[in-house]
Design a protein around this ligand. Structure first.
Ligand SMILES: *[C@@H]1O[C@H](CO)[C@@H](O)[C@H](O)[C@H]1NC(C)=O
Ligand SMILES: *[C@@H]1O[C@H](CO)[C@@H](O)[C@H](O)[C@H]1NC(C)=O
Ligand SMILES: *[C@@H]1O[C@H](CO)[C@@H](O)[C@H](O)[C@H]1NC(C)=O
Ligand SMILES: *[C@@H]1O[C@H](CO)[C@@H](O)[C@H](O)[C@H]1NC(C)=O
Ligand SMILES: *[C@@H]1O[C@H](CO)[C@@H](O)[C@H](O)[C@H]1NC(C)=O
Ligand SMILES: *[C@@H]1O[C@H](CO)[C@@H](O)[C@H](O)[C@H]1NC(C)=O
Ligand SMILES: *[C@@H]1O[C@H](CO)[C@@H](O)[C@H](O)[C@H]1NC(C)=O
Ligand SMILES: *[C@@H]1O[C@H](CO)[C@@H](O)[C@H](O)[C@H]1NC(C)=O
Ligand SMILES: *[C@@H]1O[C@H](CO)[C@@H](O)[C@H](O)[C@H]1NC(C)=O
Ligand SMILES: *[C@@H]1O[C@H](CO)[C@@H](O)[C@H](O)[C@H]1NC(C)=O
Ligand SMILES: *[C@@H]1O[C@H](CO)[C@@H](O)[C@H](O)[C@H]1NC(C)=O
Ligand SMILES: *[C@@H]1O[C@H](CO)[C@@H](O)[C@H](O)[C@H]1NC(C)=O
Length: 411
């Protein structure tokens, strides 16, 4: 097996925690014979806490452009080892289910004996840290691309940040596929790449895909399900964009498999909190015992997305949405927009929920939203109109037949 390496400098200046250095996008290629199986272009910066003779210190450094494909790289199983400096290296291990491939394991080795990177280190030698929690995954035969910075914690005080990342494993051709799997941080800003070389032609911004439908529930103290919700949610936040230096509306889909549900059930108040990474959304339902109806009465949101300058927080406790009779479940198959505050709204898809009187883990009879009822009316109206038309034609035919008959009799 021959390992080939090519490098180029993107010449991007990065100012990070007081250290100024040139961050290079470095290209790596793992080959087996003449065929390339992994190719990656990326910037990596490291931030590592270590003990010094008089306390603790933090080393912040970028992967130099002299980094190269290191020993241990292989096509089967796919592993890319990037080594640099005296004994430092970071490796990415890939796996695939045939449809998607993902980074299953990121390991970092750093050499505390390197006095230029770890001055006054109280210990010496190589330290290894590993994590298997990375959200890097892409469709097979597509290039994973994430220009936005994404930080991964390998252990307490040890972080790596990737940016300007384009990478493909399980390659069948020598070049990165033009089909891209774009990371969620990049998705709403496909036209913006201010710090990047013009090697990619920006795609026009596409509307975000319909969110997957999640199945969320809350259980009460004795373990019975007391609140159920089946729905796809899309959050629409208007915030100040770091990259564009202006206010933008950014849309994010909640991914059910990365979202945790919690909450509480009371006699007249029930709440559902959905948490995905740095995003928290709480829906509060209130039961009006006079009218025997419940409604979505309050929404709180707290989000910190990569392009935000500050954490976004919003709440409205005087809402009157998703109203429904108690003992029923609220259902809306059509897309619905819940306006919370001017800078925040929620788009719901294929929604069914019941915050009160859930019995035996099952939804009670559904009460449908207006849109759904109207959508159902259309086929009824069309059907009625068609039936009317058939009737008119039939009557006209019968009258015509009677007239002709009468005509014959006069002869
Ligand atoms: C690699 O390609 C060169 C020329 O392009 C060819 O001579 C050589 O046999 C190939 N090696 C393998 C292992 O396919
Ligand atoms: C630094 O030293 C303290 C105490 O000696 C130890 O608990 C800690 O794990 C060390 N930290 C690192 C990063 O080695
Ligand atoms: C540790 O010592 C170095 C040089 O000897 C000095 O620059 C640094 O400020 C000291 N750190 C602390 C926390 O005293
Ligand atoms: C760690 O760094 C020291 C000093 O640069 C060097 O002598 C040593 O060989 C390095 N260790 C490894 C495993 O490369
Ligand atoms: C990750 O890779 C490292 C080094 O290759 C290995 O020691 C470790 O067991 C792996 N961890 C997992 C969870 O696969
Ligand atoms: C990927 O591309 C190769 C070669 O074009 C093809 O054989 C394979 O079926 C493709 N795999 C998927 C999952 O599309
Ligand atoms: C669980 O507790 C709720 C009230 O908190 C009660 O209505 C329900 O009957 C209890 N279910 C079981 C199986 O004990
Ligand atoms: C997000 O909200 C903004 C401002 O209210 C609106 O213009 C935009 O159409 C919304 N986008 C989506 C996908 O709902
Ligand atoms: C952001 O925009 C303001 C006013 O539009 C301008 O004064 C400022 O220099 C801009 N900042 C950056 C970093 O572009
Ligand atoms: C979550 O689901 C999406 C879409 O089905 C999939 O692309 C992604 O890989 C999944 N993520 C995890 C961590 O399973
Ligand atoms: C219940 O609804 C009635 C009629 O809309 C209203 O007057 C009353 O204030 C509501 N009660 C609560 C507790 O919201
Ligand atoms: C909260 O929602 C109500 C009802 O939609 C609306 O009238 C009110 O303006 C909202 N409050 C804020 C702070 O936007």
């Amino acid at each position: 097996m021959t390992l080939v390496k090519r490098c180029f400098s993107a010449g991007v200046w990065t100012l990070l925690m007081g250290c100024v250095f040139v961050a290079h996008a470095v290209t790596f290629e793992v080959t087996d014979g003449n065929s390339t199986c992994i190719k990656a272009e990326l910037n990596a910066t490291f931030s590592i806490s270590y003990n010094t003779t008089n306390g603790t210190s933090e080393a912040v450094f970028a992967m130099p452009s002299s980094a190269s494909v290191g020993n241990g790289s292989s096509c089967v199983p796919p592993e890319l080892v990037m080594s640099f400096g005296p004994g430092h290296m970071i490796s990415l291990v890939f796996s695939s289910d045939g449809r998607l491939y993902r980074v299953t394991n990121i390991s970092l080795q750093y050499n505390l004996s390197d006095p230029n990177t770890f001055p006054q280190s109280s210990s010496a030698g190589v330290v290894s840290v590993t994590t298997n929690s990375s959200d890097i995954s892409a469709r097979v035969n597509s290039t994973y691309r994430c220009f936005s910075s994404s930080s991964i914690s390998l252990s307490a005080g040890v972080n790596v940040t990737f940016s300007d990342l384009r990478m493909e494993a399980y390659m069948t051709t020598a070049n990165l596929s033009t089909d891209e799997s774009v990371c969620s941080a990049d998705q709403t800003f496909t036209t913006v790449a201010p710090t990047h070389t013009p090697r990619t032609t920006a795609a026009p911004p596409t509307p975000p895909p319909t969110p997957d439908r999640g199945n969320y529930s809350v259980t009460n103290g004795n373990g019975t399900v007391c609140l159920m919700a089946l729905m796809g949610l899309q959050l629409n936040v208007t915030h100040f964009s770091k990259s564009l230096n202006q206010s933008v509306s950014e849309v994010m889909n909640l991914q059910p498999n990365r979202t945790r549900a919690s909450g509480s059930c009371g006699v007249t108040v029930a709440s559902l909190t959905l948490t995905q990474d740095q995003t928290d959304l709480t829906l509060t339902f209130t039961l009006n015992s006079t009218t025997q109806k419940f409604r979505l009465s309050a929404v709180n949101v707290s989000a910190f997305w990569s392009d935000m300058t500050d954490r976004f927080e919003a709440s409205n406790v005087s809402l009157d949405l998703l109203q429904c009779s108690v003992g029923r479940s609220y259902m809306c198959s059509a897309e619905q927009t819940l306006a919370v505050v001017p800078s925040f709204s929620i788009n719901t898809f294929s929604l069914q929920l019941q915050p009160f009187n859930v019995t035996q883990n099952r939804f009670s009879a559904a009460e449908e939203c207006h849109v759904d009822r109207e959508n159902m009316l259309i086929p009824i109206i069309v059907g009625a109109a068609l039936a009317g038309l058939v009737l008119i034609v039939l009557i006209a035919y019968l009258i015509g037949r009677k007239r002709t008959h009468a005509g014959y009799q006069t002869i």
